[in-house]
Design a protein around this ligand. Structure first.
Ligand code: PMP
Ligand code: GLU
Length: 394
């Protein structure tokens, strides 16, 4: 008999983290795996941020922080929202958490009742569906494809709305498709919501700076939707700070207050040293981390170019983040080295075994025709990985 709760038994394991763990395990067995599964910048955290953390330790920051974050950090986040996104937030609207993942978990916990529907344009980030389900919500997938650059159209949104719809969650730039919604496209989605005043939006903007098309557009910029939008952001990606675990929201004050209450019973707030360091990150001009964005763009171009040479890899042109999400469904039913590929999971496992390249199955993102390849790896690794993939499929 299993004594674990139904809650955890019904939860899927994070496919991104599971693949990264598998790659790590194979490496300890001596296999030369190239890891293109995890969405984690391969850069080091910039020195000016590390120095701020060292200084915080020396200055004796070691106590519990305010549950929703240091006031100085929340002020720096408010300044960042104004400077980068032209969004106006006040102190009671900001909550700092242990990564954007916890920000999302808080929002789900405080907003969803059993049976509430959450619209997820597919492909969506791996953890959305399980965070929603954990909180007894019902994910409603809206399928998109390369033909609409993996973006949800206003018509699709309207068609997905039911009396039970509580929220819409999406990321732009999108993990895993790299798609970036323009201002016009966001406005068109907001127009649909004008007729549905009880629907809230989670706008996950964690990749905002890793954008190759110029400016980032925030959903909360539209006055008519501002009071219904929770803007999620964090430092993991643009500042190469995944392990520091700091994320944050800007939200209506009543939602922020509820997240603060939730966090007060669950974590007591985010790590004090990391919070001090993030003050420095927030105050810095985004130009200071532009060298990483420039390198990601070079790699994006490189990997798209290399993938063109492999038959059966159909891609959109990702405009942000650091992933490509090729449709590889033309391989389904084919056999290589005695192994028949039935679906994207088989394909991803085949690449792990025979090309020694770790990717993630599209199933984890709600799209069973694709795999996700992260190009947060060196150019040499990308070149070698694609060469191996090509070799394993010939
Ligand atoms: N949202 C998206 C779209 C992501 O890709 C990630 C990746 N980790 C997160 C949220 C969570 O970020 P973190 O918890 O590291 O701040
Ligand atoms: N967001 C990253 C990814 O999608 C990190 C892993 C995770 O948090 O699941 O790979």
């Amino acid at each position: 008999m299993n004594h674990l709760s139904d809650r955890i038994l019904n939860m899927s394991t994070s496919a991104t983290l599971a693949m990264a763990a598998k790659a790590r395990e194979l490496r300890t067995e001596g296999k030369d795996i190239i890891g293109l599964s995890l969405g984690e910048p391969d850069f080091n955290t910039p020195d000016f941020i590390k120095d701020a953390a060292i200084q915080a330790i020396k200055d004796g920051y070691n106590s519990y922080t305010p549950v929703d974050g240091y006031v100085e950090l929340k002020e720096a986040i408010i300044t960042k929202f104004k400077r980068d996104n032209n969004l106006t937030y006040t102190l009671p609207q900001i909550v700092v958490s242990t990564g954007a993942k916890q920000s999302l978990a808080n929002v789900a916990a405080v907003m969803l009742n059993r049976g509430d529907e959450v619209i997820l344009p597919c492909p969506y980030w791996v953890s959305y569906a399980d965070i929603v389900k954990l909180n007894e919500g019902v994910p409603v997938e809206v399928k998109t494809s390369i033909s609409t650059d993996f973006k949800m159209t206003p018509e699709q949104l309207e068609a997905a709305i039911t009396p039970k719809t509580k929220m819409i969650w999406f990321s732009s730039p999108c993990n895993p498709s790299g798609s970036v919604y323009s201002k016009t496209e966001l406005r068109a989605l907001a127009d649909v919501l004008q007729n549905h005043p009880d629907i809230y939006v989670v706008s996950d903007e964690i990749y905002e700076h890793i954008n190759f098309v110029g400016g980032h557009e925030s959903m909360a910029q539209f006055e008519d939707i501002y009071d219904r939008t929770i803007t999620v952001n964090g430092v993991s990606k643009a500042f190469a700070m995944t392990g520091w675990r700091i994320g944050f929201i800007g939200a209506p004050a009543w939602i922020a207050r509820a997240c603060n209450k939730m966090q007060g019973q669950i974590t007591s707030g985010a790590n004090c040293i990391a919070q001090r360091a993030v003050i420095t990150a927030m105050e810095a001009s985004p130009e200071k981390v532009k060298y990483m964005v420039n390198e990601f763009k070079i790699r994006r171009d490189l990997i798209l170019d290399l993938l063109k040479d492999i038959e059966g890899f159909k891609t959109n042109i990702p405009e942000g983040a650091f992933y490509v999400f090729p449709d590889i469904s033309s391989y389904f039913g084919k056999t290589f080295r005695g192994k028949t590929i039935h679906n994207a999971t088989d394909f991803s496992l085949y690449l792990l075994e025979h090309a020694l390249v770790a990717t993630v199955t599209g199933d984890a993102f709600g799209n069973p025709d694709c795999i996700r390849i992260s190009y947060a790896a060196s150019q040499e690794q990308i070149i070698e990985a694609i060469k191996r993939i090509k070799g394993s499929l010939s």
